[in-house]
Design a protein around this ligand. Structure first.
Ligand code: GDD
Ligand code: MN
Length: 380
């Protein structure tokens, strides 16, 4: 009897429940302060997508302008609208990844909320995936038929430059790996997802670089329009994320941008330490031991602040969390110092070369501080 039951449970469902309403296509829309754009986009999707069962998944990073309230309002009227509201996290790439992973449809698209991408291309993109011609379809601004009305000269130059860097260093072959507009088979995306970076804007570049040789890719031209409401969130920090992504992919994910930023902040900390030591000794006439301790505390504090603003800005600690984080950071760094001295000492014991021992200790210290900060101070 049990066996019969088990057999029953293993039977595939004869017909899917509510087959008519199961989406074939999930359209993922990352949003940050797009209150005035989401309804327009929803209406346009509704008008454009006639022959495919679709849903739209808005992934909002808790926008202060109340975007998620507007999205939920839409969702109450139309079950094809879904809302993912993330709290305490920021980032375009991460939002897109979460949105696609929340889909069960065979195909997923990513499109910006600000109406700069051309939703009228979506039916063509689905058709290319459905026919099996492609695993990934990219809306491209750099092939024939391309127009970028939404770009000023400066932005166009920067985008072209970044595209060149990406194409040369990562051997990416498509014309517009910086595009934020694409559609992919969800099963393929799911295979790549564990290797994708959640930082920054360049999700497509990451997908293409990670899936190299495994994704049949087709590019179709579209016109990058002007933004309707609100403003762009692309800033110089996003450029930094781009370099980090290139570096991470080049080193097979061994060196991350976060580590480089952390180490750079650490090196700056040494200068801060020396400056504080000098001031304590010369200006305040403090005894050396006290001056040295002051230097260490000043340097750790400034490192903490810089890391909170730069290295971990997507997980920035706020309010009371800052104090707690700072105290934990002191603790992490103190143990890191012991590890540093310990390693340097044992290297020196084997091979009395001062700079080798010193460098080994410093490396141990920074790796320790980095690993432990990620686990305890800016943990996810
Ligand atoms: N959830 C979430 N979190 N969404 C975000 C975030 C974030 O931190 N930052 C931006 N977005 C959303 C915006 O609300 C918008 O819907 C979309 O991501 C694109 O952001 P924009 O700020 O409008 O970027 P852009 O127009 O300068 O850049 C776009 O075009 C580039 C091509 O030139 C993006 O699509 C880029 O990915 C693309 O490279
Ligand atoms: Mn935009």
């Amino acid at each position: 009897y049990t066996l019969a039951l088990m057999k029953d449970a293993l039977q595939p469902l004869e017909a899917p429940l509510q087959a008519a309403t199961l989406p074939q296509l999930s359209i993922v829309v990352p949003t940050f302060n797009e209150r005035d754009n989401v309804t327009v986009l929803y209406r346009r999707l509704d008008a454009t997508l006639k022959d495919v069962a679709w849903e739209v998944i808005f992934v909002d990073d808790n926008s202060p302008d109340g975007t998620s309230d507007v999205v939920r309002g839409l969702a109450r009227q139309d079950s094809r609208v879904r809302c993912i509201r993330r709290i305490g996290r920021r980032g375009l790439s991460g939002a897109c990844i979460e949105g696609i992973l929340a889909s069960s449809a065979p195909y997923a698209a990513v499109i910006d909320a600000d109406l700069q991408h051309d939703e009228a291309q979506l039916p063509k993109m689905v058709a290319l995936l459905q026919s099996g011609e492609a695993d990934l379809v990219v809306g491209s601004r750099y092939i024939e038929g391309y127009k970028a009305e939404g770009f000023n000269k400066q932005r166009a130059g920067a985008s072209a430059f970044a595209t060149e860097i990406a194409r040369r260093t990562l051997k990416v072959e498509i014309a517009d790996p910086m595009s934020g507009f694409f559609m992919i088979r969800r099963d393929r995306f799911e295979q790549l997802a564990p290797q994708l970076s959640t930082q920054g804007f360049k999700i497509l570049l990451d997908v293409v670089a990670t899936g190299q040789g495994k994704l049949r890719t087709v590019e179709i031209p579209y016109t990058f329009g002007a933004r309707q409401h609100g403003e762009s969130k692309l800033d110089s920090m996003v450029a930094l994320d781009f370099l980090g992504l290139v570096l991470a992919k080049l080193t097979n994910d061994v060196i991350s941008l976060r580590f480089i930023l952390f180490a750079t902040v650490g090196a700056l900390g040494l200068l801060v330490h020396l400056a504080a030591l000098f001031i304590a000794l010369e200006v305040f006439r403090a005894p050396f031991a006290e001056a040295q301790a002051t230097g260490a505390i000043v340097a750790m504090t400034s490192n903490f602040i810089l890391n909170n603003f730069l290295t971990y800005r997507d997980q920035r600690l706020k309010g009371f969390g800052i104090l707690r984080g700072l105290l934990l950071f002191y603790l992490v760094c103190s143990v890191g110092l012991l590890a540093n001295v310990g390693v340097a000492f044992s290297v020196y014991d084997q091979e009395p070369i001062w700079w080798l021992a010193g460098a080994a200790g410093a490396l141990m210290g920074v790796v320790w501080n980095y690993a432990m900060s990620g686990l305890f101070v800016w943990r996810k």
